[in-house]
Write a protein that binds this ligand. Sequence first.
Ligand SMILES: [Zn+2]
Ligand SMILES: [Zn+2]
Length: 245
Amino acid sequence: MKLTILGTMGAYPTKDSSTFACLLQTPHETILLDCGSGVLMTLDRYVPTYALDRVIISHRHHDHMADLGCLSYAALIDGELGRRKTVLPLHVPERLALGGDAGPWTAQILYDEQTILDLAQGYTIHFQRGRHDAKVFAMSLHQGRENLLTITWDTGWYEELPLFCQGARLLLAECSLYAHQTGLLKGHLSSTQVANLATRSRPKKLILTHLPHFGDPADLVREVQESYCGEVLLATPGMTFQKNA
Ligand SMILES: [Zn+2]
Ligand SMILES: [Zn+2]
């Protein structure tokens, strides 16, 4: 599988990065994980919209789905031109109002904690309800029993999160707040909380993402490293990770 980080920002994009989203490519599927502001423009550097087999949206906040209405238009155009052969499934935690006429080439499919998406060849995606002011789910990609990837998406701290992230080869943790801001914004993790999460879940590699527009995000890495001794990296647009099937 290959994971490409398309953008890294929380809340809104910058000239250098869309909001946080990823492109996941398994042997049989190409999947867009979240579709916030600026994501479609970034996606265009890697794959055409008609290459997408499905889209998974973590929650309804704009920085995670702002481009979804335009993606439904892309699917409509791709379908009418004959270069999209099947309806594009949009996996969503609750029904989303996309505005305009989304057309017949996308279909919203609800998921919850009981859902397991089977991607063939032993790859599955699992979900756990997070703590946020919108219905949000952390997600994990497994191959057999191995946790290849966990993404926390937006969440406040909760006790069940470390177990869900346990032993991930790659843990992408939202890190919206600096250590001194812990608890300032309900529903988001600080560097101190991410360090605690990593200490308890022991990922092979920890990536900090959903980055703030204030302060120096490099400080987030330094703050995590004050109490966590594993590998920590700051997410950058275009960063890729690969594991051969
Ligand atoms: Zn967000
Ligand atoms: Zn949010």
